[in-house]
Write a protein that binds this ligand. Sequence first.
Ligand SMILES: Cc1cc2nc3c(=O)[nH]c(=O)nc-3n(C[C@H](O)[C@H](O)[C@H](O)COP(=O)(O)OP(=O)(O)OC[C@H]3O[C@@H](n4cnc5c(N)ncnc54)[C@H](O)[C@@H]3O)c2cc1C
Length: 438
Amino acid sequence: MQEPRPAEKATPYWWEAAPVKPLASAPLDAKTDVVVVGAGYAGLSAALALARAGRSVSVFDRQNPGEGASSRNGGITSGNIRLDHPTLVRKFGAERAMAIEAEGKVAREFLYALLAEEGIDCDFQPVGRFYGAFGQGNYEQLARSAEKLSKSLGIESFAVPKAEQRDYLGTDFYDGGSVRMDIGGLHPAKFHAELLRVALAAGVTVHSRTGVTAIEPEAGALRVSTARGEVSARQVLVCTDAYTDGATPWLRRRLVPVRSRIIATEELPAETMARLMPRRMMCGESRHLGFYYRPSPDGKRILLGGRDGSTKGDPAEPTLHLRRGLVRIFPELENVRLTHSWFGNVAMHRDMIPRIFSRRGVTYATGFCGSGVVWAPWIGTQAAHKLIGDDAGRPSAFDFRPPAAIPLYRGKPWFMPAFMALYRLQDKLAMRRAGRDG
Ligand SMILES: Cc1cc2nc3c(=O)[nH]c(=O)nc-3n(C[C@H](O)[C@H](O)[C@H](O)COP(=O)(O)OP(=O)(O)OC[C@H]3O[C@@H](n4cnc5c(N)ncnc54)[C@H](O)[C@@H]3O)c2cc1C
């Protein structure tokens, strides 16, 4: 076997068509109605709603806008809730559990309406998502969930038995799977760039490469210290998700940044793509440390992502791990060249559902657990309506107490290697039970 080569570039494939860049420097307003911290999907969506409601809004990002997760992700409009129904009921009660699941549908529809109404050009393709099963038991579980989704929420979803799998995906790797047609794919960096365009046109001021360093109460307002000076704001909304830093230490104790990595193949022949991804669907699989993958919007490459257990530097092993995963799913790609391999952070926390909450006059819209393409625009907008104090879309089922702090955690996730090892073990045991090698 040929020695696998690492990828040619360490920057996101998405930045080829939509590079992140600083904005022209804008004067700092000493007073503003609302300061938003973080210019990703959540911060910009919130800022847009606030500006449209007549508020003056200053958004600060310590990097280039979008340089966090919002231009690095897979672009899959999954709107995932990681907890299954019984766990949601146990943790949050039956009423909130139902409301959370129902709001997922509303949030996805909100995103699609936003793209259409604002004329956002981001290669959105409503192609559906195939989810692969391991073993008969897992297949039956996915089939039951698909039926429930269809009956309870009217979402087009169905099981795909192994005998029909190749109609959806050119692999025998899975033991059948399920499809839901309300999920699609977009170009995440183009989506971000377009959202930025719309927010700026609505009158939002965005300060790039300007970190917020502290937020403190001052007579009837909040004093926001930034790298370029101080701003007095009536309200502050924090949308920093997995890039939360020492400016909000209270939040940082609640959110754990976990690396997620994506590789992109070289352009593949049209007939190969037609064989491997005949319906151009988004794809995922039911393992803790499973892969998510998709065709590039032009249908010429495969992009595959998964958890990256590294915490420092940019080691080669996580890229090679994804490459091995790609080849296991599509053995004919054994000698494929990788053009890009990059990582970004996703924000995990103890409750594993996105959230809006307020504390000491500051509001937070965050904690997207790796599914923010749908959740961040929705939760950001809902948080904006909370600040405006109107009724649009409220009350959100995601607006309640913050997730609990993680004991002995101050921003350095020392426990991640143990968690990764546990997930690997659980996946291995589940695969063994399914009669598959791990
Ligand atoms: C590799 C990868 C793949 C993913 N794939 C998918 C997918 O396919 N589908 C999906 O739904 N989701 C996916 N996600 C998750 C999704 O990208 C995120 O949930 C979403 O982008 C979060 O948006 P956000 O606006 O909350 O945060 P971000 O876009 O991360 O923005 C937060 C911003 O806050 C800024 N910031 C932090 N601290 C400060 C400070 N003190 N002052 C000023 N600015 C500050 C940061 O610079 C950053 O730009 C993926 C994520 C990654 C990393």
